[in-house]
Design a binder for this molecule. Structure first.
Ligand SMILES: Nc1ncnc2c1ncn2[C@@H]1O[C@H](COP(=O)(O)OP(=O)(O)OP(=O)(O)O)[C@@H](O)[C@H]1O
Length: 338
């Protein structure tokens, strides 16, 4: 009798181990096939490189080979729409490649928007798009690489532990970053013949070059607007905490909506707090009202109408060209007293 129980237990254990190993093997095969598919899906595509002396000097097949070999170890960031890789060509040349998986109309539209908006843009405060690659299952956007990453990482990771946040940032980089980020926008709003409304101005979309000069990036939500129009009616998209109230309520995208987002970005720079910081969520407030109520003294840096960038009333907000002028004035006034 005892032997039969032991035998039954033994058989049960054998089954358990058998199924355990079989399931491990099946999972490994599935994972391997998924990984292999990921490696393959970007093949059979077409590369388009925009004309620039830098790009013309690169052999395109070598470039493509390196692009197709990008793997997880090359990842430098990721967002809701894709993954960004560092593509190193040689010791002196590297790019940032954003991979957008196809599949949803939303993602495909983001790729088209990015090309429509960025194809012709050349401005020192806007990240340059060098080209793109399109294949049946994925799209790649090839940008200039920004060695100092995003403003979001700079503020909330690198500067996080600096005790006197504003003082340190003021001394270090505040004015330069704020002026640089602002300067790209009048070009989009007024100088481009079909005006461009970015719709997603936020700290992770401001990148920092080797000299800590700020550049606007990520045109996946950008909307084109004819010069004789005042707004474009669109679906509401963007990032919580940065959206202008009238845009959120009506879906009307305007250049002043970007000014609101830029105003929120300025407050983020001044306070070191993200618009979705738990302090605001706990208190049921927003960064805009919180700054006004709690840290009045921080506002000394904001001159005159600059304080009105994130005003709830659209007509009270300055234009982005006025914002640039005010920031440049602060920069030069302060430079005299530094
Ligand atoms: N040209 C670039 N050079 C260096 N780093 C970059 C570049 N473009 C993007 N990155 C990095 O990749 C991260 C992800 O960028 P991405 O635009 O995909 O997403 P996001 O803006 O952070 O989020 P979402 O797209 O969801 O709004 C950025 O935050 C930045 O750190």
């Amino acid at each position: 009798m005892a032997n039969a129980v032991v035998l039954a237990l033994y058989i049960k254990l054998c089954f358990v181990f058998f199924f355990f190993f079989i399931s491990k093997i099946i999972i490994s095969v599935l994972l391997y096939r998924r990984w292999k598919r990921k490696q393959m899906v970007c093949k059979d595509g077409m590369t388009v490189m925009f004309r620039s002396p830098m790009m013309q000097s690169l052999p395109s097949d070598a470039f493509l080979k390196k692009t197709l070999k990008l793997s997880n170890k090359d990842i430098i960031g990721s967002g809701g729409y894709g993954t960004v890789y560092r593509l190193t060509i040689n010791e002196s040349t590297a790019f940032a490649v954003k991979r957008l998986n196809k599949g949803t109309a939303d993602r495909d539209r983001g790729f088209e928007r990015e090309l429509e908006a960025m194809g012709d843009i050349k401005h020192r405060n806007i990240v340059t798009l060098h080209g793109y690659y399109t294949a049946p299952h994925c799209n790649l956007l090839i940008y200039e690489l920004m060695p100092n990453g995003s403003l979001d990482t700079f503020l909330h990771v690198i500067m996080k532990n600096v005790v006197k946040f504003l003082v340190s940032l003021d001394l270090l980089k505040f004015k330069k970053i704020a002026v640089g980020a602002a300067r790209g926008l009048p070009y989009l709003h007024h100088d481009c013949i079909t005006h461009i409304i970015h719709r997603d101005i936020k700290s992770s979309n401001i990148l920092l070059d080797q000299n800590m000069e700020a550049r606007v990036s990520d045109f996946g939500l950008a909307t084109l607007m004819e010069p004789d129009k005042t707004h474009v009616s669109t679906f509401v998209a963007g990032t919580f905490g940065y959206l202008a109230p009238e845009y959120f309520d009506t879906g009307r995208a305007t250049t002043k909506g970007n000014v609101y987002s830029f105003g929120v970005l300025l407050l983020e720079l001044l306070t070191g707090k993200k618009p979705d910081d738990e302090v605001f969520i706990e208190e049921g407030s927003k960064i805009v009202s919180w700054v006004k109520a709690v840290v009045q003294e921080e506002l000394y840096v904001l001159d005159g109408r600059l304080e009105n960038c994130p005003d709830d009333e659209i007509d009270n907000r300055p234009t982005i060209a006025e914002v640039v002028k005010m920031l440049e004035k602060i920069r030069s006034d302060k430079a005299l007293t530094d």
